[in-house]
Design a protein around this ligand. Structure first.
Ligand code: ADQ
Length: 485
Protein backbone atom coordinates (compact mmCIF):
# COMPACT_ATOMS: atom_id res chain seq x y z
CA UNK A 1 0.00 0.00 0.00
CA UNK A 2 1.36 3.46 -0.90
CA UNK A 3 2.16 5.63 2.09
CA UNK A 4 0.13 8.75 2.69
CA UNK A 5 2.10 11.76 3.84
CA UNK A 6 -0.08 14.10 5.85
CA UNK A 7 1.40 17.56 6.17
CA UNK A 8 -0.06 20.17 8.49
CA UNK A 9 1.10 22.98 10.74
CA UNK A 10 0.71 20.97 13.95
CA UNK A 11 1.01 17.23 14.36
CA UNK A 12 -1.15 15.35 16.85
CA UNK A 13 1.07 12.55 18.14
CA UNK A 14 -1.07 9.93 19.90
CA UNK A 15 -0.74 10.18 23.66
CA UNK A 16 1.19 13.45 23.57
CA UNK A 17 -1.68 15.64 24.86
CA UNK A 18 -2.06 19.18 23.51
CA UNK A 19 -5.06 21.29 22.57
CA UNK A 20 -7.89 19.60 20.72
CA UNK A 21 -8.65 20.82 17.22
CA UNK A 22 -10.79 20.01 14.24
CA UNK A 23 -7.89 18.74 12.12
CA UNK A 24 -6.88 16.04 14.58
CA UNK A 25 -10.45 14.80 14.71
CA UNK A 26 -10.82 14.87 10.94
CA UNK A 27 -7.68 12.81 10.24
CA UNK A 28 -8.30 10.01 12.73
CA UNK A 29 -9.97 7.64 10.25
CA UNK A 30 -7.26 8.11 7.59
CA UNK A 31 -4.54 7.40 10.15
CA UNK A 32 -6.32 4.21 11.13
CA UNK A 33 -6.90 2.89 7.62
CA UNK A 34 -3.62 3.64 5.80
CA UNK A 35 0.09 3.62 6.65
CA UNK A 36 0.73 7.33 7.17
CA UNK A 37 3.63 9.66 7.84
CA UNK A 38 2.48 12.91 9.49
CA UNK A 39 4.90 15.83 9.21
CA UNK A 40 4.68 19.30 10.73
CA UNK A 41 5.82 21.71 13.42
CA UNK A 42 6.65 20.22 16.84
CA UNK A 43 5.12 23.20 18.65
CA UNK A 44 8.62 24.02 20.03
CA UNK A 45 10.50 27.24 19.27
CA UNK A 46 14.30 26.96 19.36
CA UNK A 47 17.44 28.75 18.13
CA UNK A 48 18.79 25.34 17.21
CA UNK A 49 15.77 23.62 15.64
CA UNK A 50 15.73 19.82 15.79
CA UNK A 51 13.84 17.35 13.64
CA UNK A 52 12.47 14.28 15.45
CA UNK A 53 10.89 11.13 14.06
CA UNK A 54 8.61 8.90 16.13
CA UNK A 55 6.96 5.66 15.20
CA UNK A 56 3.56 4.64 16.61
CA UNK A 57 2.21 1.40 15.19
CA UNK A 58 2.51 1.52 11.43
CA UNK A 59 2.40 5.34 11.36
CA UNK A 60 5.35 7.72 11.72
CA UNK A 61 5.45 11.29 12.92
CA UNK A 62 8.14 13.75 11.82
CA UNK A 63 8.19 17.02 13.74
CA UNK A 64 10.48 19.99 13.33
CA UNK A 65 11.06 22.89 15.73
CA UNK A 66 10.87 26.46 14.45
CA UNK A 67 13.41 29.22 15.07
CA UNK A 68 11.90 32.25 16.89
CA UNK A 69 11.77 34.49 13.80
CA UNK A 70 9.89 31.83 11.83
CA UNK A 71 7.42 31.32 14.68
CA UNK A 72 6.84 35.04 14.77
CA UNK A 73 6.61 35.72 11.03
CA UNK A 74 4.94 32.48 9.89
CA UNK A 75 2.66 31.33 12.70
CA UNK A 76 1.92 34.46 14.72
CA UNK A 77 2.34 36.61 11.65
CA UNK A 78 1.16 35.78 8.19
CA UNK A 79 -0.83 32.62 9.01
CA UNK A 80 -2.79 33.82 12.03
CA UNK A 81 -2.88 37.58 11.58
CA UNK A 82 -3.38 37.81 7.83
CA UNK A 83 -4.69 34.55 6.37
CA UNK A 84 -6.95 33.48 9.27
CA UNK A 85 -8.90 36.75 9.58
CA UNK A 86 -9.16 37.36 5.83
CA UNK A 87 -10.28 33.80 5.05
CA UNK A 88 -12.93 34.28 7.76
CA UNK A 89 -14.13 37.46 6.00
CA UNK A 90 -12.59 39.73 8.67
CA UNK A 91 -10.58 42.26 6.66
CA UNK A 92 -11.00 44.60 9.61
CA UNK A 93 -8.88 42.31 11.82
CA UNK A 94 -6.11 41.59 9.30
CA UNK A 95 -2.80 43.12 10.24
CA UNK A 96 -1.53 44.56 7.02
CA UNK A 97 1.77 45.37 8.70
CA UNK A 98 2.28 41.60 8.71
CA UNK A 99 2.16 41.56 4.93
CA UNK A 100 5.67 40.15 4.70
CA UNK A 101 5.46 36.67 3.25
CA UNK A 102 9.10 35.74 3.71
CA UNK A 103 8.79 33.89 7.06
CA UNK A 104 5.73 32.02 5.77
CA UNK A 105 7.54 30.97 2.59
CA UNK A 106 10.65 30.02 4.61
CA UNK A 107 8.69 27.55 6.75
CA UNK A 108 7.09 26.06 3.65
CA UNK A 109 10.59 25.62 2.19
CA UNK A 110 11.76 24.02 5.45
CA UNK A 111 8.88 21.51 5.33
CA UNK A 112 9.62 20.83 1.64
CA UNK A 113 13.29 20.13 2.48
CA UNK A 114 12.31 17.63 5.16
CA UNK A 115 9.79 15.96 2.88
CA UNK A 116 12.21 15.72 -0.03
CA UNK A 117 14.53 13.67 2.20
CA UNK A 118 11.95 10.95 2.86
CA UNK A 119 9.40 10.88 0.01
CA UNK A 120 9.38 7.86 -2.30
CA UNK A 121 8.05 8.29 -5.84
CA UNK A 122 4.73 6.51 -5.24
CA UNK A 123 3.94 8.21 -1.91
CA UNK A 124 0.81 10.34 -1.85
CA UNK A 125 1.00 13.75 -0.23
CA UNK A 126 -2.04 15.31 1.46
CA UNK A 127 -1.43 18.88 2.65
CA UNK A 128 -3.78 20.51 5.14
CA UNK A 129 -4.86 24.05 5.59
CA UNK A 130 -3.93 27.65 5.12
CA UNK A 131 -0.47 27.46 6.68
CA UNK A 132 0.86 25.46 3.75
CA UNK A 133 -0.63 26.90 0.55
CA UNK A 134 2.74 27.14 -1.31
CA UNK A 135 4.06 23.72 -0.22
CA UNK A 136 3.31 21.89 -3.50
CA UNK A 137 5.07 24.62 -5.45
CA UNK A 138 8.13 24.20 -3.21
CA UNK A 139 8.04 20.42 -3.72
CA UNK A 140 7.66 20.74 -7.49
CA UNK A 141 10.69 23.06 -7.49
CA UNK A 142 12.64 20.17 -5.97
CA UNK A 143 11.65 17.95 -8.88
CA UNK A 144 9.04 15.91 -7.00
CA UNK A 145 6.08 14.83 -9.10
CA UNK A 146 4.12 12.81 -6.52
CA UNK A 147 0.34 13.15 -6.34
CA UNK A 148 -0.18 16.14 -4.04
CA UNK A 149 -3.57 17.21 -2.72
CA UNK A 150 -4.56 20.21 -0.61
CA UNK A 151 -7.57 20.53 1.67
CA UNK A 152 -8.65 23.87 3.10
CA UNK A 153 -10.38 23.38 6.47
CA UNK A 154 -11.43 27.00 6.76
CA UNK A 155 -13.63 29.06 4.41
CA UNK A 156 -12.38 30.67 1.22
CA UNK A 157 -13.93 34.12 0.79
CA UNK A 158 -15.07 35.55 -2.56
CA UNK A 159 -12.47 37.27 -4.75
CA UNK A 160 -13.79 40.70 -3.72
CA UNK A 161 -12.35 39.95 -0.23
CA UNK A 162 -9.47 37.66 -1.19
CA UNK A 163 -7.92 40.23 -3.50
CA UNK A 164 -7.58 42.65 -0.56
CA UNK A 165 -5.02 40.24 0.89
CA UNK A 166 -1.42 41.37 0.60
CA UNK A 167 0.46 39.11 -1.83
CA UNK A 168 -2.64 37.22 -2.95
CA UNK A 169 -1.30 37.27 -6.50
CA UNK A 170 1.79 35.34 -5.35
CA UNK A 171 0.06 33.03 -2.94
CA UNK A 172 -3.31 31.92 -4.30
CA UNK A 173 -2.09 30.90 -7.80
CA UNK A 174 0.49 28.66 -6.04
CA UNK A 175 -2.45 26.31 -5.39
CA UNK A 176 -2.16 25.46 -9.10
CA UNK A 177 0.82 23.21 -8.26
CA UNK A 178 -1.49 20.75 -6.49
CA UNK A 179 -3.24 17.92 -8.33
CA UNK A 180 -6.39 18.43 -6.30
CA UNK A 181 -7.60 21.35 -4.18
CA UNK A 182 -10.52 20.49 -1.86
CA UNK A 183 -12.95 22.73 0.01
CA UNK A 184 -15.59 22.23 2.69
CA UNK A 185 -18.53 23.66 0.72
CA UNK A 186 -19.64 24.34 -2.83
CA UNK A 187 -19.64 28.03 -1.95
CA UNK A 188 -15.92 27.96 -1.05
CA UNK A 189 -15.09 26.01 -4.22
CA UNK A 190 -17.11 28.45 -6.31
CA UNK A 191 -15.28 31.37 -4.67
CA UNK A 192 -11.98 29.80 -5.72
CA UNK A 193 -13.26 29.20 -9.23
CA UNK A 194 -14.34 32.84 -9.45
CA UNK A 195 -10.95 33.97 -8.17
CA UNK A 196 -9.18 31.93 -10.84
CA UNK A 197 -11.53 33.20 -13.50
CA UNK A 198 -11.15 36.84 -12.53
CA UNK A 199 -7.46 36.95 -11.70
CA UNK A 200 -5.94 34.35 -13.98
CA UNK A 201 -8.15 34.56 -17.02
CA UNK A 202 -9.83 31.18 -16.73
CA UNK A 203 -11.60 29.38 -18.32
CA UNK A 204 -9.13 28.86 -21.14
CA UNK A 205 -6.10 28.64 -18.87
CA UNK A 206 -7.83 26.37 -16.36
CA UNK A 207 -9.51 24.11 -18.88
CA UNK A 208 -6.19 23.64 -20.63
CA UNK A 209 -4.55 22.64 -17.38
CA UNK A 210 -7.44 20.39 -16.50
CA UNK A 211 -7.14 18.68 -19.90
CA UNK A 212 -3.46 18.20 -19.26
CA UNK A 213 -4.09 16.46 -15.95
CA UNK A 214 -3.29 19.53 -13.84
CA UNK A 215 -5.10 20.94 -10.82
CA UNK A 216 -8.71 19.96 -10.16
CA UNK A 217 -10.99 21.32 -7.49
CA UNK A 218 -13.77 19.69 -5.49
CA UNK A 219 -16.02 19.85 -2.45
CA UNK A 220 -15.43 17.43 0.43
CA UNK A 221 -17.43 18.39 3.54
CA UNK A 222 -15.66 17.00 6.63
CA UNK A 223 -17.65 14.55 8.76
CA UNK A 224 -17.05 12.77 12.07
CA UNK A 225 -17.02 9.13 13.18
CA UNK A 226 -20.81 9.24 13.50
CA UNK A 227 -21.71 5.79 14.87
CA UNK A 228 -18.75 5.64 17.29
CA UNK A 229 -19.65 9.04 18.64
CA UNK A 230 -23.27 8.01 19.21
CA UNK A 231 -22.15 4.94 21.16
CA UNK A 232 -19.65 7.00 23.16
CA UNK A 233 -22.34 9.53 24.10
CA UNK A 234 -24.76 6.80 25.15
CA UNK A 235 -22.16 5.40 27.56
CA UNK A 236 -20.81 8.71 28.76
CA UNK A 237 -24.15 10.27 29.69
CA UNK A 238 -24.46 7.67 32.47
CA UNK A 239 -21.05 8.48 34.00
CA UNK A 240 -20.80 10.09 37.40
CA UNK A 241 -19.22 13.20 35.88
CA UNK A 242 -22.15 13.94 33.55
CA UNK A 243 -24.76 13.03 36.15
CA UNK A 244 -23.08 15.35 38.65
CA UNK A 245 -23.24 18.21 36.15
CA UNK A 246 -26.93 17.50 35.52
CA UNK A 247 -27.72 17.23 39.23
CA UNK A 248 -26.02 20.56 39.86
CA UNK A 249 -28.32 22.56 37.60
CA UNK A 250 -32.03 23.21 37.81
CA UNK A 251 -33.95 22.60 34.53
CA UNK A 252 -32.37 22.00 31.12
CA UNK A 253 -28.82 22.27 29.87
CA UNK A 254 -27.84 24.30 26.80
CA UNK A 255 -24.28 23.74 25.58
CA UNK A 256 -21.67 25.57 23.50
CA UNK A 257 -18.19 24.11 22.84
CA UNK A 258 -15.64 26.15 20.92
CA UNK A 259 -12.03 27.21 20.89
CA UNK A 260 -11.80 30.81 22.03
CA UNK A 261 -11.70 32.45 18.61
CA UNK A 262 -13.46 35.49 17.16
CA UNK A 263 -14.75 33.40 14.26
CA UNK A 264 -16.83 31.35 16.71
CA UNK A 265 -19.05 34.28 17.75
CA UNK A 266 -19.04 33.62 21.50
CA UNK A 267 -19.73 37.21 22.65
CA UNK A 268 -22.60 37.57 20.13
CA UNK A 269 -24.03 34.27 21.35
CA UNK A 270 -23.92 35.40 24.98
CA UNK A 271 -25.66 38.63 24.04
CA UNK A 272 -28.37 36.66 22.27
CA UNK A 273 -28.82 34.53 25.40
CA UNK A 274 -29.11 37.69 27.47
CA UNK A 275 -31.91 38.90 25.14
CA UNK A 276 -33.60 35.52 25.51
CA UNK A 277 -33.51 35.84 29.30
CA UNK A 278 -34.92 39.36 29.14
CA UNK A 279 -37.71 38.39 26.73
CA UNK A 280 -38.63 35.05 28.35
CA UNK A 281 -38.64 35.33 32.15
CA UNK A 282 -40.68 32.10 32.36
CA UNK A 283 -37.48 30.21 31.57
CA UNK A 284 -35.50 31.72 34.47
CA UNK A 285 -34.26 28.92 36.67
CA UNK A 286 -35.18 26.41 33.93
CA UNK A 287 -32.13 26.69 31.64
CA UNK A 288 -28.37 26.75 32.26
CA UNK A 289 -26.02 27.61 29.45
CA UNK A 290 -22.67 25.79 29.71
CA UNK A 291 -20.03 27.30 27.44
CA UNK A 292 -16.84 25.20 27.26
CA UNK A 293 -14.02 27.19 25.71
CA UNK A 294 -10.35 26.31 26.02
CA UNK A 295 -8.11 29.30 25.36
CA UNK A 296 -6.21 29.45 22.09
CA UNK A 297 -3.61 31.84 20.64
CA UNK A 298 -3.69 33.94 23.84
CA UNK A 299 -0.50 35.73 22.82
CA UNK A 300 -2.40 37.47 20.01
CA UNK A 301 -4.05 40.73 21.08
CA UNK A 302 -7.50 40.12 19.54
CA UNK A 303 -7.70 36.81 21.36
CA UNK A 304 -6.82 38.14 24.80
CA UNK A 305 -9.27 41.03 24.27
CA UNK A 306 -11.99 38.56 23.38
CA UNK A 307 -11.22 36.53 26.48
CA UNK A 308 -11.90 39.63 28.56
CA UNK A 309 -15.07 40.46 26.61
CA UNK A 310 -16.49 36.95 27.12
CA UNK A 311 -15.69 37.07 30.85
CA UNK A 312 -17.34 40.48 31.12
CA UNK A 313 -20.58 39.46 29.36
CA UNK A 314 -20.89 36.19 31.32
CA UNK A 315 -20.36 38.14 34.55
CA UNK A 316 -22.96 40.72 33.52
CA UNK A 317 -25.56 38.04 32.75
CA UNK A 318 -24.94 36.15 35.97
CA UNK A 319 -24.93 39.42 37.92
CA UNK A 320 -28.30 40.43 36.48
CA UNK A 321 -30.22 37.14 36.57
CA UNK A 322 -28.72 34.71 39.12
CA UNK A 323 -30.38 33.78 42.36
CA UNK A 324 -29.23 31.59 45.24
CA UNK A 325 -30.09 28.35 43.45
CA UNK A 326 -29.41 29.23 39.81
CA UNK A 327 -26.75 30.93 37.66
CA UNK A 328 -27.76 31.21 34.00
CA UNK A 329 -24.22 30.91 32.55
CA UNK A 330 -21.35 28.56 33.31
CA UNK A 331 -18.28 29.59 31.41
CA UNK A 332 -15.49 27.01 31.57
CA UNK A 333 -11.98 27.65 30.22
CA UNK A 334 -10.54 24.17 29.89
CA UNK A 335 -10.56 21.30 27.45
CA UNK A 336 -12.54 18.13 28.21
CA UNK A 337 -12.03 14.59 26.97
CA UNK A 338 -14.10 13.52 23.98
CA UNK A 339 -15.93 11.12 26.27
CA UNK A 340 -16.93 13.86 28.68
CA UNK A 341 -17.99 16.15 25.82
CA UNK A 342 -20.07 13.41 24.18
CA UNK A 343 -21.96 12.81 27.43
CA UNK A 344 -22.54 16.52 27.98
CA UNK A 345 -23.80 16.94 24.41
CA UNK A 346 -26.25 14.11 24.95
CA UNK A 347 -27.44 15.59 28.21
CA UNK A 348 -28.00 19.01 26.62
CA UNK A 349 -31.48 19.94 25.46
CA UNK A 350 -30.04 22.60 23.12
CA UNK A 351 -26.72 22.75 21.21
CA UNK A 352 -25.79 26.35 20.42
CA UNK A 353 -23.32 26.55 17.51
CA UNK A 354 -23.29 30.06 16.13
CA UNK A 355 -19.95 30.95 14.49
CA UNK A 356 -19.80 34.18 12.51
CA UNK A 357 -17.98 32.15 9.84
CA UNK A 358 -16.65 28.58 9.99
CA UNK A 359 -15.20 26.14 7.46
CA UNK A 360 -17.42 23.30 8.67
CA UNK A 361 -17.80 23.12 12.49
CA UNK A 362 -17.43 19.65 13.92
CA UNK A 363 -19.11 20.53 17.20
CA UNK A 364 -22.43 20.79 15.33
CA UNK A 365 -21.91 17.27 13.99
CA UNK A 366 -20.77 15.88 17.34
CA UNK A 367 -23.84 17.35 19.05
CA UNK A 368 -26.22 15.71 16.56
CA UNK A 369 -24.39 12.37 16.69
CA UNK A 370 -24.63 12.35 20.50
CA UNK A 371 -28.40 12.67 20.77
CA UNK A 372 -30.78 9.97 21.94
CA UNK A 373 -32.99 9.42 18.84
CA UNK A 374 -36.01 8.82 21.12
CA UNK A 375 -35.56 12.14 22.95
CA UNK A 376 -33.16 14.30 20.96
CA UNK A 377 -32.02 17.83 21.71
CA UNK A 378 -32.21 20.69 19.21
CA UNK A 379 -29.28 22.10 17.26
CA UNK A 380 -29.24 25.85 16.71
CA UNK A 381 -26.73 26.45 13.91
CA UNK A 382 -25.29 29.52 12.25
CA UNK A 383 -26.06 29.75 8.56
CA UNK A 384 -22.41 30.83 8.15
CA UNK A 385 -20.97 27.49 9.30
CA UNK A 386 -20.10 25.12 6.45
CA UNK A 387 -22.22 22.51 8.26
CA UNK A 388 -25.34 24.55 7.45
CA UNK A 389 -25.12 23.33 3.83
CA UNK A 390 -25.85 19.77 4.96
CA UNK A 391 -27.94 20.60 8.03
CA UNK A 392 -31.10 22.21 6.68
CA UNK A 393 -33.05 20.44 9.45
CA UNK A 394 -31.26 22.37 12.22
CA UNK A 395 -32.67 25.70 13.44
CA UNK A 396 -30.56 27.87 11.15
CA UNK A 397 -29.86 31.38 12.45
CA UNK A 398 -28.05 34.55 11.49
CA UNK A 399 -25.49 34.99 14.32
CA UNK A 400 -25.31 38.74 13.65
CA UNK A 401 -28.98 39.07 14.71
CA UNK A 402 -29.22 38.52 18.49
CA UNK A 403 -33.02 38.71 18.53
CA UNK A 404 -33.24 35.94 15.93
CA UNK A 405 -30.87 33.74 17.96
CA UNK A 406 -32.85 34.51 21.13
CA UNK A 407 -36.07 33.50 19.33
CA UNK A 408 -34.41 30.25 18.19
CA UNK A 409 -33.44 29.42 21.80
CA UNK A 410 -37.06 29.94 22.87
CA UNK A 411 -38.28 27.78 19.98
CA UNK A 412 -35.76 25.02 20.78
CA UNK A 413 -36.72 24.97 24.47
CA UNK A 414 -40.41 24.64 23.62
CA UNK A 415 -40.09 22.27 20.65
CA UNK A 416 -42.42 19.26 20.85
CA UNK A 417 -40.89 15.78 20.88
CA UNK A 418 -42.30 14.80 17.46
CA UNK A 419 -40.62 17.76 15.73
CA UNK A 420 -37.35 17.16 17.59
CA UNK A 421 -37.35 13.54 16.43
CA UNK A 422 -38.09 14.39 12.78
CA UNK A 423 -35.37 17.01 12.64
CA UNK A 424 -32.84 14.79 14.37
CA UNK A 425 -33.58 11.81 12.09
CA UNK A 426 -32.94 13.97 9.02
CA UNK A 427 -29.68 15.39 10.39
CA UNK A 428 -28.45 11.99 11.52
CA UNK A 429 -29.15 10.37 8.13
CA UNK A 430 -26.98 13.04 6.47
CA UNK A 431 -24.19 12.24 8.90
CA UNK A 432 -24.33 8.51 8.26
CA UNK A 433 -24.00 9.21 4.54
CA UNK A 434 -20.95 11.40 4.97
CA UNK A 435 -18.95 10.23 7.96
CA UNK A 436 -15.26 10.84 8.48
CA UNK A 437 -14.08 7.65 6.79
CA UNK A 438 -16.10 8.51 3.69
CA UNK A 439 -14.55 11.99 3.66
CA UNK A 440 -10.94 10.74 3.70
CA UNK A 441 -11.69 8.03 1.13
CA UNK A 442 -13.41 10.42 -1.24
CA UNK A 443 -10.58 12.91 -1.10
CA UNK A 444 -7.88 10.30 -1.61
CA UNK A 445 -9.75 8.59 -4.46
CA UNK A 446 -10.24 11.92 -6.15
CA UNK A 447 -6.54 12.68 -5.66
CA UNK A 448 -5.65 9.40 -7.29
CA UNK A 449 -7.81 10.43 -10.22
CA UNK A 450 -10.62 7.92 -9.94
CA UNK A 451 -13.12 10.33 -11.38
CA UNK A 452 -16.19 8.11 -11.15
CA UNK A 453 -15.84 8.10 -7.39
CA UNK A 454 -15.57 11.84 -7.06
CA UNK A 455 -18.22 13.23 -9.35
CA UNK A 456 -18.13 16.65 -7.77
CA UNK A 457 -14.53 17.15 -8.82
CA UNK A 458 -15.35 16.77 -12.48
CA UNK A 459 -18.56 18.73 -12.11
CA UNK A 460 -16.61 21.64 -10.70
CA UNK A 461 -13.97 21.33 -13.36
CA UNK A 462 -16.72 21.60 -15.98
CA UNK A 463 -18.14 24.55 -14.11
CA UNK A 464 -14.83 26.40 -14.20
CA UNK A 465 -14.24 25.54 -17.82
CA UNK A 466 -17.78 26.49 -18.76
CA UNK A 467 -18.99 29.53 -16.97
CA UNK A 468 -16.89 30.98 -14.23
CA UNK A 469 -15.00 33.42 -16.42
CA UNK A 470 -18.21 35.36 -16.95
CA UNK A 471 -18.72 38.24 -14.56
CA UNK A 472 -20.96 37.07 -11.72
CA UNK A 473 -24.61 38.01 -11.98
CA UNK A 474 -25.66 41.03 -9.92
CA UNK A 475 -27.58 38.71 -7.62
CA UNK A 476 -24.40 37.03 -6.31
CA UNK A 477 -21.81 34.45 -7.16
CA UNK A 478 -22.58 31.73 -9.65
CA UNK A 479 -23.14 28.35 -8.02
CA UNK A 480 -21.52 25.17 -9.19
CA UNK A 481 -23.50 21.97 -9.60
CA UNK A 482 -24.03 20.08 -6.36
CA UNK A 483 -21.10 17.94 -5.27
CA UNK A 484 -21.61 14.40 -4.04
CA UNK A 485 -22.19 13.77 -0.34
P1 ADQ B 1 -11.61 24.16 14.45
O1 ADQ B 1 -11.68 25.63 14.25
O2 ADQ B 1 -10.67 23.67 15.47
O3 ADQ B 1 -11.31 23.39 13.10
P2 ADQ B 1 -14.22 22.65 14.92
O4 ADQ B 1 -14.66 22.10 13.64
O5 ADQ B 1 -15.31 23.23 15.73
O6 ADQ B 1 -13.15 23.79 14.86
O7 ADQ B 1 -13.55 21.46 15.73
C1 ADQ B 1 -13.15 21.60 17.04
C2 ADQ B 1 -12.86 20.22 17.64
O8 ADQ B 1 -12.22 20.40 18.87
C3 ADQ B 1 -14.13 19.43 17.89
O9 ADQ B 1 -13.92 18.08 17.62
C4 ADQ B 1 -14.38 19.64 19.38
O10 ADQ B 1 -15.02 18.57 20.03
C5 ADQ B 1 -12.98 19.81 19.91
N1 ADQ B 1 -13.06 20.72 21.06
C6 ADQ B 1 -13.44 22.00 21.06
N2 ADQ B 1 -13.47 22.48 22.32
C7 ADQ B 1 -13.10 21.46 23.13
C8 ADQ B 1 -12.95 21.30 24.54
N3 ADQ B 1 -13.22 22.27 25.42
N4 ADQ B 1 -12.52 20.12 25.01
C9 ADQ B 1 -12.28 19.11 24.16
N5 ADQ B 1 -12.44 19.19 22.84
C10 ADQ B 1 -12.83 20.35 22.32
C11 ADQ B 1 -11.06 23.69 11.73
C12 ADQ B 1 -12.07 24.61 11.05
C13 ADQ B 1 -13.47 24.01 11.16
C14 ADQ B 1 -13.50 22.60 10.59
C15 ADQ B 1 -12.38 21.77 11.19
C16 ADQ B 1 -12.27 20.40 10.50
O11 ADQ B 1 -12.03 25.91 11.61
O12 ADQ B 1 -14.42 24.82 10.49
O13 ADQ B 1 -14.74 22.01 10.88
O14 ADQ B 1 -11.12 22.41 11.06
O15 ADQ B 1 -12.14 20.54 9.13
Amino acid sequence: MARIFIISNRVAIPGAGGNPGGLEVALKATLRSHPCVWLGWSGEVSDTPQVKTLKKGRNSYIVTDLPPEDFDEYYNGFANRVLWPIFHYRLDLAEFSRRDLSGYLRVNERFADELAKVLAPDDIVWVHDYHLIPLAKALRARGLDNRIGFFLHIPLPPPEILTAMPNHETLIPALGSYDLVGFQTDGDAANFARYLAKELGAPSHISHRLGGGGMRIGTFPVGIETRDFTRLAGRSVRTRFVQQVLNSIPGSLMIGVDRLDYSKGIPNRLEAYERFLIAHPQWHGQITYLQITPKSRSQIKEYSEMEQAVNAISGRINGAFSDASWAPVRYVNRPYSRTALAGLYRAARVGLVTPMRDGMNLVAKEYVASQDPEDPGVLILSRFAGAADEFGAALLVNPYDPDAVAAAIARAMAMPLAERKTRHAELYATMLDNDIAAWGDRFLKALLGRQGEARGVQALADFIAGGAAKEPAATGPARPPAAPR
